[in-house]
Design a protein around this ligand. Sequence first.
Ligand code: APR
Length: 230
Amino acid sequence: MNKIVILTGAGISAESGMGTFRDEGGLWAQHRIEDVATPEGFARNPALVQNFYNLRRVAAAEAKPNAAHEALARLQRDWPGEVVIVTQNVDALHEAGGATGVLHMHGTLAGALCAACGHRWPAPAEMAVGEPCPQCHGPMARPDVVWFGEMPYYMNLIYDHLASADLFAAIGTSGQVYPAAAFVQEANAAGAHTVELNLDPSAVVSDFAETRFGPASRTVPAWVDELLGV
Ligand code: APR
């Protein structure tokens, strides 16, 4: 059991004060996905989209990593094999907690992308509509986050990791968004042991060999202690 692949979702950052999407009063109860998280929404009303991500960028910059983020960094440090963290989250709390090599499959709030020329650069705290691209100077700067209908990042690399995983854990994700929700099936096909650590059962809980329910700041450190034989 030496390669561990971990998928995280909004639930791991909930106790850091970052809103989740589908919990009571979550982000998708406050905003319509089609307005703020699709290319069509950005084309229709770029100011609404930039404002939505500016607010999340400010919240993410103020948030602190919690015991779950820190426990995963400890696992990466002390585990004798490879520990790969794939996150659907666009905050930088895994890195702030000490994790390395985190694969942000839905992009990051810290990144800016030019929709015209594909150039990437560090996003300012507040992105304005028509922000000029440093490379082509066009007005098509957008947050470097993956919207619905767009291809998530690092997919080939992620599938390679899943194919060679001995242990797969999904932490704080509702299992309602693909392709991430099917990673557990890839891990099962690779013969990995699979565990879900979540507040409530996800939509794909039946695909997991093991489940641990509770807040991530409690369940994740306990799980890591067990793995490390602490
Ligand atoms: N500890 C552990 N799990 C928690 C906690 C907590 N403190 N609080 C909430 N959760 C769980 C919820 O039970 C839920 O299953 O986290 C999950 C959050 O689910 P979502 O809000 O759907 O977030 P996520 O699964 O990350 O969404 C996936 O959907 O909208 C897109 O791009 C967006 O990356 C996001 C993707």
